[in-house]
Ligand binder design. Structure first.
Ligand SMILES: [Zn+2]
Length: 76
């Protein structure tokens, strides 16, 4: 396993060095969003966009969050 893989942010399109493993990223997503996101359909986003998306997600009404979870989360 390497910790110097690059990824392109799905939100802003910038390329960054990935500093965490897929497992850590998935665990973080689960902790922050309360949903399981499969690795193969997960959108990879940078820290800045992640912070913004977390704020957006937390501001959603519960009904909207539940709808998005049914439809596969925020990775449309
Ligand atoms: Zn970004």
């Amino acid at each position: 396993m390497t910790d110097t893989e690059h990824f392109t942010c799905a939100h802003c399109g910038e390329t960054y060095i990935q500093g965490w493993s897929d497992e850590e990223a998935l665990a973080q997503t689960r902790a922050d969003y309360g949903i399981n996101v499969r690795a193969d359909d997960r959108a990879v986003i940078c820290d800045d966009c992640y912070t913004a998306m977390t704020a957006w997600w937390n501001a959603l009404p519960d009904t909207e969050r539940q709808r998005l979870e049914r439809e596969g989360g925020y990775t449309s």
